[in-house]
Ligand binder design. Structure first.
Ligand SMILES: NC(=O)c1ccc[n+]([C@@H]2O[C@H](COP(=O)([O-])OP(=O)(O)OC[C@H]3O[C@@H](n4cnc5c(N)ncnc54)[C@H](OP(=O)(O)O)[C@@H]3O)[C@@H](O)[C@H]2O)c1
Length: 244
């Protein structure tokens, strides 16, 4: 058990960071609702952790409210996300643009609207949003960066909306993590491999540990933002090219 939190909901629980967070929260004794589209993955996770699976496409807003409205959740982890159109906005398809923005921003806002009022009413809750360093710095991925930049300011503004309530709110901004993210984002296997193999990446369990860190702090402490990167990765730099 962490603090007086009994229940949690993790979106994007079928792989990577979300799966690691479900494992960690269940190990800490929480009842965890796990959300994703891939039923077989959730079934396996249920068998291994005892989490409660909900097969749900978060882009289906009616289904989202139908599934989430009845739940009483103390810890909400907004983790589901993707980076289609990762290379360049100019070459991205309309579908890739919409999938990324709808999943990363619109669905996240609806999940918060479905869950946060219950936390405020009960006077108990902690929201964790998985952002990205792409939401803090320009990293040449306009669509994905815009979606995570939106999560950054969503989280910062939620802090203000929540002042006067005991509900806490944390954004975690990882650098590169070894997950299936790049398989989904990039079609070219060489580019996928380059993203995973070029240096030692974070592991999903590293992000899960940072979640537990934020949750375990005394109730007077709100961890606003955690920026967490591989030791072998850093941001910064300057780019300039003559107009051809
Ligand atoms: N990997 C990185 O380097 C990195 C760095 C910074 C931030 N992040 C962020 O971390 C979060 C988790 O990504 P990951 O790296 O763990 O990648 P991942 O392994 O691809 O996980 C993405 C998760 O999101 C779920 N998801 C995607 N679309 C969904 C939808 N419409 N409805 C329900 N679930 C959906 C996927 O489940 P289904 O496909 O089964 O639905 C999957 O469980 C994302 O928000 C990502 O932007 C990742």
């Amino acid at each position: 058990m962490i603090s007086n939190y009994r229940t949690a909901l993790v979106t994007g629980a079928s792989s990577g960071i979300g799966e690691a967070i479900v494992r960690s929260l269940t190990e800490h004794g929480l009842i965890v609702h796990a959300i994703a589209r891939r039923a077989a993955r959730l079934q396996k996770l249920e068998n291994e952790t005892g989490c409660i699976p909900h097969v749900l496409d978060l882009r289906d807003t009616d289904a989202l409210y139908h599934t989430l409205n009845p739940l009483e959740v103390d810890v909400l982890v907004n983790n589901a996300g993707m980076g289609r159109g990762f290379d360049t906005l100019f070459k991205a398809s309309r579908e890739d643009i919409e999938r990324t923005l709808e999943t990363n921003i619109i669905a996240t806002v609806h999940v918060i609207k479905a869950i946060a009022p219950g936390m405020i009413k009960r006077g108990c809750g902690h929201m964790i949003h998985i952002g990205s360093i792409s939401g803090l710095y320009p990293l040449t991925s306009s669509i994905y960066g815009a979606s995570k930049g939106a999560i950054h300011l969503l989280s910062q503004n939620l802090r203000k909306e929540l002042v006067g309530t005991p509900v806490r709110n944390t954004e975690i901004c990882p650098g590169r993590v070894h997950t299936e993210f790049f398989e989904t984002a990039l079609d070219d296997p060489d580019k996928q491999k380059a993203m995973l193999d070029s240096f030692e990446l974070l592991q999903p369990s590293d992000i899960a540990e940072s979640v537990i860190f934020a949750l375990k702090m005394p109730k007077r402490v709100n961890i606003n933002t955690i920026e967490i990167m591989p030791t072998e990765q850093a941001v910064g730099g300057f780019i300039a090219k003559k107009i051809q």
